[in-house]
Design a protein around this ligand. Structure first.
Ligand code: SF4
Length: 389
């Protein structure tokens, strides 16, 4: 097996990666920088490789005159012969829609599950984390834009079909496979098959997603996951349209559907100074979560760092993150965390009843696990989550 890329920058958030896959001699070596696009000399080999990654899409319909409509995400791209969708990884070939990234992995790492972040899901376990190129939105602050906004042929790629992903996860004692870093929705066929394979082998599957999925595909895709983390980018449609190039409502609908499906769900909200951090918006966010998802869904307020097309704003202050947390707690949310600020006390879990420390975290490390059979050891309150690893 050849070399595959990993992401370039140090980890700060769920959507980033730095914990490097440490391969044994027999496994693929993963280098700490993104590969350059294929050179002219390499291009023939890359082109030859493409065929193995091309699989007919599962969510689309054929239209007259050789067109197709993709039904994987709310964009519903209508594509003429030879055209690609907004995500750059789905293409109309001879009147049928194909994914171009089935098993074409552009990044892979072994990460603690806390890095996704999941704080109430199998704490301390390892997730074999994979990504393929592409995304169905274009967040102006994306920290992985070199991969998420790339065409497959412009991104690194290594053949890693579902069976190989599961084999590597088992080899490195990862109990979970995570689809993450870019947007897993756009490679759902690969995600679904890998999740099925993982479950056959006694592993679990989790997805880190923007939640911008078509209602007709939602259950087939997320229904295969054991847990889903949704990046809720703001609580305003105008922000979604301007900064994310998406829409808010389908994401909210996804969150409601996930909870109805009984999937363990956590939410990350990247707090961007002056853009989505007003008291009113945060109050409305917390009220909506309480009313539609319940008070037990963990909410992570994550620190923004300037990146990609959003370089003119400062890093979110810790004071602002603490303010957001106070607002959400005042509305009744029980598990509100601060992310990307290693060592902050709000990385830890506290009992909502007796306020005692239950899980002491620092960065991605668990310093103390005091939960006892998923309950507070002091007052015996059951703490929602999946605690058995
Ligand atoms: S998944 Fe891609 S091709 Fe399909 S509708 Fe969304 S952006 Fe368009």
């Amino acid at each position: 097996m050849g070399t595959i890329s990993t992401l370039r920058r140090p980890a700060r958030s769920s959507s980033m990666s730095s914990a490097r896959f440490q391969p044994q001699a027999s496994a693929s070596a993963l280098e700490p920088q993104a590969l350059a696009p294929a050179s002219a000399a390499e291009s023939t080999a890359v082109a030859d490789l493409q065929q193995e990654f091309i699989t007919e899409a599962r969510f689309y319909k054929k239209l007259p005159e050789g067109k197709v409509r993709c039904l994987l995400c709310p964009r519903e791209c209508s594509l003429r012969e030879g055209a690609r969708g907004y995500c750059r990884v789905r293409e109309n070939r001879h009147g049928s829609l194909f994914t171009l990234v089935y098993g074409r992995v552009c990044a892979a790492h072994i990460d603690p599950v806390e890095k996704k972040p999941f704080f109430h899901y199998m704490p301390g376990s390892l997730a074999f984390s994979v990504a393929t190129a592409g995304c169905n939105v274009n967040c102006k602050f994306c920290q992985n834009w070199e991969l998420s906004q790339a065409r497959p042929e412009d991104a690194p790629g290594e053949s890693m079909p579902p069976a190989r992903v599961v084999e590597l996860a088992r080899q490195y004692n990862c109990s979970t496979i995570a689809f993450t870093y870019t947007e897993p929705i756009v490679c759902s066929e690969f995600v679904m098959d890998t999740a099925d394979r993982a479950h056959e082998q006694g592993l679990r599957a989790i997805e880190v997603s923007n939640g911008y999925i078509h209602k007709d595909a939602l259950e087939s895709v997320y229904g295969r996951m054991d847990a889903v983390k949704i990046d809720l980018k703001a609580f305003s449609d105008s922000y979604y349209r301007k900064v994310v190039v998406g829409e808010l409502k389908p994401v909210l609908d996804t969150l409601v559907a996930l909870v109805k499906l009984g999937k363990w769900t956590e939410i990350v909200y990247l707090l961007v100074p002056t853009q989505n951090d007003g008291d009113e918006e945060l109050t409305a966010l917390a009220r909506w979560i309480k009313a539609h998802l319940g008070v037990n869904v963990p909410l992570h307020f994550s620190q923004f760092h300037p990146d990609y097309k959003m370089l003119d704003l400062p890093t979110t202050s810790v004071a602002s993150l603490e303010r957001a947390r106070r607002i959400a707690q005042a509305e009744g949310l029980q598990f509100v965390y601060i992310g990307n600020v290693p060592g902050h006390p709000a990385e830890s879990t506290y009992c909502p009843h007796c306020s005692r420390l239950l899980v002491h975290r620092s960065g991605y490390d668990i310093r103390q696990m005091l939960l006892c059979d998923g309950a507070c050891p002091y007052c015996r309150l059951a703490i929602p989550g999946v605690w058995n690893t």
